[in-house]
Design a protein. Structure first.
Length: 133
């Protein structure tokens, strides 16, 4: 993969290699995804695209997907407290190992950093492995 010498040229996918198409989305961990989505929608012109939460079967996490043109944000936050060592938390008794791990990671990120970007996803063509060469 080549890097453009001029920053203005860097926005064109052909300058960054044929397999790089562009950004797909930015994933945020936030303490209150409903409030964060509402802020971006009412103040920054974003539009709601998708939702995941208790109403859709996700008992432990809520996510809002919002977009403004090509800018797509996924705002994810916990619906319940972090998993503890004691098993007295009735809410988490039905959580899978993966759900517990994800919930713990979100709570740890929020404790250390507050609301913030956790992942940036890119669009690529062909095999994903080719983008890393």
């Amino acid at each position: 993969m080549t890097v453009a010498n001029n920053p203005e040229e860097a926005i064109f996918p052909t300058d960054l290699g044929p397999e790089y198409v562009g950004f797909d989305h930015i994933h945020w961990y936030v303490g209150n995804p409903k409030q964060a989505a509402s802020y971006y929608i009412t103040r920054m012109g974003f539009a709601p695209i998708a939702y995941r939460g208790p109403e859709t079967g996700s008992q432990f996490l809520a996510s809002y997907v919002i977009a403004n043109g090509a800018a797509v944000f996924v705002l994810t936050g916990p619906v319940c407290e972090p998993p503890g060592e004691d098993e007295s938390n009735n809410v988490l008794q039905h959580a899978t190992k993966e759900e517990r791990a994800t919930l713990a990671a979100i709570h740890e990120h929020l404790t250390r950093h507050g609301d913030g970007v956790v992942d940036v996803a890119f669009r690529v063509t062909g095999k994903v492995d080719n983008a890393w060469k």
